[in-house]
Design a protein around this ligand. Sequence first.
Ligand code: ZN
Ligand code: FE
Ligand code: FE
Ligand code: FE
Length: 169
Amino acid sequence: MGLFTKDIQTFEDLFLHQLQDIYYAEKQIAKALPKMAEKSGNPQLAQAFEGHLGESQGQIDRLEKVFAQLGETPKGVTCPAIDGIIKEANEVSGEIADKAVLDAALVAAGQAVEHYEITRYGTLISWAKQLGRTDAVSLLEATLAEEKAADVRLTKLAESRINKAAEAV
Ligand code: ZN
Ligand code: FE
Ligand code: FE
Ligand code: FE
């Protein structure tokens, strides 16, 4: 591939690429969350995953607003990182027999997802600020706050009961 055939030429192009990456990732996450809720033995964990599914749908809507602000049609590009995180979660859960141990693994998988999103939205916010896209900044910040809260919720659930229950097996 020659220099002029590359899709990403400018910082704006890079911002758009990162937006397409997280758009794809959010859609994969929205597909994975109901399955994670279904596998959860702890009802509060299932509820946390289901609640975050609702938030994720709102996050997809926010990303579509950001695409509109840029005059772009919403489009995803494959994110190998989220595909890998979800694949790893499925592989590990497939190897676990006990429900309580599985719950601990599901929390860990959920936190890997949240941390990926936190790094992506953090970068997108910095880039949007640099590019003077203040309209996008507030939308991305609202989502980042939800991702951080989802991560904290999972930590609290794990440390208050799920890890203890897993150890008791
Ligand atoms: Zn990418
Ligand atoms: Fe998200
Ligand atoms: Fe990615
Ligand atoms: Fe999330």
